[in-house]
Structures are given as structure tokens and as C-alpha cells.
Design a binder for this molecule. Structure first.
Ligand SMILES: [Fe+2]
Ligand SMILES: [Fe+2]
Length: 244
């Protein structure tokens, strides 16, 4: 696939149009969902990469044949907002509702078993996770009970299938701004988790539970990046445009 990549290209646009580039950003711990559309040159600099090396890795991903998951991925820029909301709730909220309780149970066990040698790191992991966990739980509720039903009802109204819904606080922009603020906070927590764990580097004496906790946290990071990307970069701008 021939795309002219340059340092000025916003990361969120690249990931949105070409999901096969996502693993490249994940591999380098680059958050592509928050931060208002950072450009390739900027994220390369921030992560100690040269721009040509990042562009080469992206070109390689773009040239590789699309995997099954990518080939099946819908174009969320053109799908209905109702379908996108449904996808986010089923796939990403559904995942969080199973993984958060799992980590809630697992992390204290790992801390207890390894506090003598790795207590400093694991206590920070536990504290960061606890804050992220409680923030996310209320965040999902606000999206599912207030913002998403409003977006779905607004789209139905636009298609003349339903009466105009009464807006949350007058305009959809206000709850969206609050959700974006909470996304930034979650993105910062994920970045801190990566930092304090040295990029999820396992110590030589890590037991299977320690390994499972780090693997689960990394999966959580990847899923949350994709989840927030769909909301910040596709759903929210389209909902604002719908309101006009
Ligand atoms: Fe969400
Ligand atoms: Fe969200």
C-alpha cells in the first residue's frame, strides 16, 4: 500500500484509516488515542525513535497483508453511530467489565507474594491500578447511561425516526469534554504503569501470577488505547458534527 508518510501526519488519522499500523505504536508504548492528534515526528522524538525508523516500521505494517481481524474491521468513519456505540459497549466495555475484577483480585496476591523483593514497584502498580479501576468504572456508567443513549437518539432523530432528544446540559459537547478529560487521565495512568514497570519487564524470579498480571495489564493498555481512539477520534467528532 503506497501512502506518503511524513512527520506532520497526525497519529490518530493514520491509525483511524489504517488499523494495521496500530501494533507499531503499541510496540513502542505510543499512546495514539489521547493528546489531541500528536504528529509522527513528535511521538518519534518523545519515544527516543528516529522518524525514518518509525516511518519504515509503519510502511512495513502497511505493506503486510491485512490480518483477519483488520480485514473484518468496519470503517467506523462511515458506519452508523449506533453501530459504533454498540461495538464499543459490547467489545471494549464488555472487556473492561471482565478484566478489571480479574486484576482487582490478582494484583494483591502478586504484591503479597513478592513484596520483599519487588514491593516498591508492585505497590505503585497497585495504587495506579486502583485509581484507574475506580475512575473507569464510573466513566463506563456515564457513557452507557447518559452520553451514548443521547448520541443514538440524536442519530435516530436525524433519520426522522424519533423525536429530538433533550440534550445533556444543552449540548453534546459538554459531556464529551468531560469524557475526553477522563480519557486523558486514563492515558496518563497507563503511561505511568508502563514507566514504573520498566515497560512491563518481568524480574527473573517472577512467578506465573506475576507474569499473568503484567500480561493482563499490557492487554488492558492495548485495548484501552483502541477503545479511547474510537471514542475520541471517531465517535465524538462525528456526534458533534451531527449536532451541527
Ligand atoms: Fe467507552
Ligand atoms: Fe470513554
Amino acid at each position: 500500500m503506497t501512502i506518503q508518510l511524513d512527520g506532520e501526519m497526525p497519529v490518530r488519522d493514520l491509525v483511524g484509516r489504517y488499523p494495521q499500523t496500530r501494533p507499531v505504536f503499541e510496540r513502542h508504548g505510543i499512546d495514539y488515542c489521547c493528546g489531541g492528534g500528536k504528529r509522527l515526528a513528535e511521538v518519534a522524538r518523545e519515544h527516543g525513535l528516529t522518524l525514518p525508523a518509525l516511518v519504515d516500521a509503519l510502511n512495513e505494517a502497511l505493506d503486510a497483508p491485512a490480518g483477519k481481524a483488520e480485514a473484518a474491521e468496519k470503517n467506523w468513519y462511515t458506519a452508523s453511530l449506533t453501530a459504533l456505540v454498540q461495538h464499543i459497549v459490547e467489545v471494549h466495555h464488555g472487556y473492561l467489565k471482565t478484566v478489571l475484577p480479574r486484576l482487582r483480585a490478582l494484583l494483591p496476591v502478586v504484591l503479597q507474594a513478592h513484596q520483599a523483593e519487588h514491593g516498591v514497584v508492585l505497590r505503585q502498580v497497585q495504587d495506579l491500578f486502583n485509581a484507574l479501576d475506580s475512575e473507569l468504572s464510573s466513566h463506563l456508567m456515564k457513557e452507557e447511561q447518559v452520553l451514548f443513549p443521547f448520541i443514538v437518539a440524536s442519530e435516530a432523530h436525524r433519520q426522522k425516526a424519533a423525536p429530538q432528544p433533550s440534550g445533556p446540559c444543552g449540548s453534546v459537547r459538554y459531556p464529551i469534554r468531560q469524557m475526553e478529560h477522563e480519557h486523558d487521565s486514563a492515558g496518563q495512568a497507563l503511561a505511568r504503569l508502563r514507566e514504573v514497570t520498566g515497560g512491563y519487564a518481568l524480574p527473573a524470579d517472577a512467578c506465573p501470577s506475576f507474569r499473568a498480571a503484567y500480561e493482563e495489564l499490557q492487554r488492558l493498555e492495548a485495548d484501552l488505547h483502541q477503545h479511547i481512539h474510537l471514542e475520541n477520534n471517531i465517535l465524538f467528532p462525528r456526534a458533534i458534527a451531527l449536532e451541527g
